[in-house]
Design a binder for this molecule. Structure first.
Ligand SMILES: Cc1ncc(COP(=O)(O)O)c(C=O)c1O
Length: 351
């Protein structure tokens, strides 16, 4: 439907004019030889923002996580990951399939915080007869929990436990700037809790593509070899990096607006009769909700909303997902609530 409001993801954003201008003007070279000045600049900027020694550009968040896991773990070493993590749900089992490293899944609470007791007996050091742990992963914000935020204090508990067993910690920080915005802290306070981090330039920050992996300089050098292994080497990638620099310098400060819009949306939903929503979990730009009209299927609601001009994602057992982002205004949110209200009233009337 023309003029639909698209809340399926914060990846549907289009590059800003500043990004298009920067991409057009980008100074480029062959990045395989380390000669693309715009990529170098982005990698230095990303490392500085994350407070890490070095950073590397990857095409996608999935590739960033894949390269990180493959760099941390040898074949047969386990990656310990939260049960609601994107790595487990939506990345094709990449590191397991390509790297021969099993995923060991631990329970997380409503915020995406791994259960520390379970983590304690899940992590296994080298030398026993069981597969050793190669890395422990966290996700902040946690997408499948509805964009929930882990505080630096919560994260440090996981890291202390992993480090006490000699195991490194990797953060899927696809939306780590959203977490920092929600907490009102510098993103370094979050990224300093982990050894390595992946964050996306394309989620909420509006770059057309690209993610950064940051960590210790020597580890990043090894990650460059892993990126090559998975076909992720790039040439004149400055055209991508130029948009990424705009994303990191111009698009972070406005994330608070997306969070306010998500809150408005969530509170509007909470006031509706046939909606189940956990308002406490709406901490950033993601809103998960369920429709409780007896006999009505989630996919039918999704289709009816789309027919009426509102695109949302179906997150199965976690409900329907909406994400606010650049290009979505307060007016759009009010219109979205109006569409949902009308669609649900029709379902209620016919149930
Ligand atoms: C939490 C999280 N991690 C990783 C990714 C993967 O990013 P990409 O789609 O760029 O591969 C996503 C994508 O939405 C995500 O939500």
């Amino acid at each position: 439907m023309p003029n639909s409001i698209d809340l399926r993801s914060d990846t549907v954003t289009l590059p800003t004019q500043a990004m298009r201008d920067a991409m057009y003007r980008a100074e480029v070279g062959d990045d395989m030889f380390g000669e693309d000045p715009t990529v170098r600049k982005l990698e230095e900027l990303a490392a500085a923002k994350a407070g890490k020694e070095a950073a590397m550009l990857t095409i996608s968040g999935t590739m960033g996580n894949l390269v990180s896991l493959l760099t941390h773990c040898g074949r047969g070493e386990e990656a310990v990951i939260g049960d609601k993590s994107h790595i487990v749900y939506a990345e094709g089992g990449g590191a397991a399939a390509l790297g021969g490293l099993p995923y060991r899944v631990v329970r997380t609470n409503w915020q995406g915080m791994p259960d520390l007791d379970e983590l304690g007996w899940t992590i296994r050091t080298k030398g026993s007869k069981f597969p050793p742990t190669g890395v422990v992963c966290m996700e902040n914000t946690c997408n499948r929990r509805g964009g929930t935020v882990l505080t630096p204090e919560q994260m440090s508990k996981v890291t202390e436990l992993a480090h006490s067993r000699g195991i490194p910690v990797h953060l899927d920080g696809a939306r780590v700037f959203h977490a920092a915005t929600a907490l009102g802290v510098d993103v370094k306070e979050i990224t300093s809790q982990v050894d390595t981090v992946m964050f996306c330039l394309s989620k909420g920050l509006s770059a057309p593509l690209g993610s950064m992996v940051a960590g210790p300089a020597q580890w990043i050098e090894r990650a460059r070899l892993t990126r090559r292994l998975v076909g992720g080497n790039m040439r004149q990638a400055g055209v991508i990096a130029a948009a990424g620099i705009v994303a990191l310098t111009e698009m972070v400060d406005r994330l608070a607006e997306d969070h306010q819009n998500a809150r408005l949306l969530a509170e509007g939903l909470a006031a509706m009769n046939s909606v189940k929503i956990n308002l406490e979990a709406v901490q950033t730009n993601i809103v998960l909700f369920k429709v409780t009209v007896p006999g009505v299927q989630q996919e039918d609601v999704q289709a009816s909303l789309a027919e009426n001009g509102l695109k949302v994602s179906n997150y199965g057992e976690d409900g329907l997902r909406m994400i606010t982002h650049y290009g979505i205004s307060r007016q759009d949110i009010l219109r979205a609530l109006d569409i949902i209200g009308k669609v649900l009233s029709r379902y209620e009337a016919s149930s």
